[in-house]
Ligand binder design. Sequence first.
Ligand code: NAD
Length: 426
Amino acid sequence: MVLADLTREALKPETNPYHMALAQFYAVADRLRLDPGTQAILAHPKRELIVHFPVRMDDGSVRVFTGYRIQHNLARGPAKGGIRYHPEVTLDEVRALAMWMTWKCAIVNIPYGGAKGGVACDPKELSLAELERLTRRFTTEISIIIGPEKDIPAPDVNTDARVMGWIMDTYSMQVGYSVPGVVTGKPLATGGTAGRAEATGRGCMLMAREATRRLGLPLAGATVAVQGFGNVGSIAAHLLAEQGCKVVAVSDSEGGVYRREGLDIPALLRHRARHRTVAAFLQGQPISNRELLELPVDILVPAALGGQITGENAHRIRAKIIVEGANGPTTPDADRILNAREVFIVPDVLANAGGVLVSYFEWVQDLQSFFWEEAEINERLERQLTRSFNDVMETARRDGVDTRTAALMVGVRRVVDAMEARGLYP
Ligand code: NAD
């Protein structure tokens, strides 16, 4: 596919995540009156690496996997973005996620460009040893473009601190010395930071708090439903429950659980640790992922995969506030329906930016070899994220636009400012 062929009329944003990211971008580019050249630059990822690489399986056979590392824009600094392991990873999904990372880093005003990576695989089918070999080989394949000053990966769906530790070790082995700053979300023992594992979920909690303040709703006692009970969703649920919210439903890829009086989140975390799913938790009734999205709650936190709230189900969403823990959970058709119904959306590029903010703090600590206390990390996270929330709300008010458009206007403007300040090479 030639990307330049992607005219606005040809976009299919309801079914293709990259088209969705482009549709969002073009809407904002028009408002910012960006010239056609700047629009064309930003509509294209700067650099795309596709790798097909072999991994020796435990039974002695060899399997070839396909992986991607895409750098969307580097105007504001080195590229930053997670690595996802999932059977449905595609080139266009990674392109979308990389573009959203560019805007996200600019919205929270950290000196990074945007990138994303992924491997099409089902980690549930891999042994730990196979997962390690896959990770080390993929790291080697993309090592030509990653590095602490070039592109710094982080965890995303189905990748965690252990995987980041393998990436750090593999890269370090190749250059011959330890390079903790090549990746963030690492274990503490290898230069990770306090607070990173909780950062994205903590950011969701903070954004839910700010949104309730805006709407004049008390956070304590607010009802919450969380789709996806992984790193982001489980921490968000836990921290919102600590704030006094009533988390009435959570779900994961195996199913969900609902309790009108509120779920016991610590008990649910213990259940997940034992059974690797929230499904079949006895202190509640089973609920499907679709039903969960349509519950009459104050706050809905989609924290699983993209494309969950669409033109098909948006009119049945009954939440007052949506805090997008996941990337790209709401399609443009759904946005139109939800905005018309005045649902308050904290868009992904703001709601889940706590993760990249604390990743930035981790990278800074690694470069300085000087580590901060967790309280300092959390305080900086809260300050910077709240400031970004206020920047976005001020733009929404001033320009009379919805919150996603406002957030993207803040982000795209900052990226364009950096491009203009640098000029067009040569
Ligand atoms: P994770 O792998 O830790 O958890 C994903 C969760 O979603 C799991 O509970 C999984 O069972 C569930 N899930 C998968 N498919 C589902 C489905 N069809 N219906 C319901 N649940 C389903 O991943 P994560 O790191 O928590 O990431 C979740 C989302 O948050 C992703 O969209 C990711 O891009 C985004 N995000 C993550 C981070 C981070 O720091 N990890 C940062 C920003 C954004």
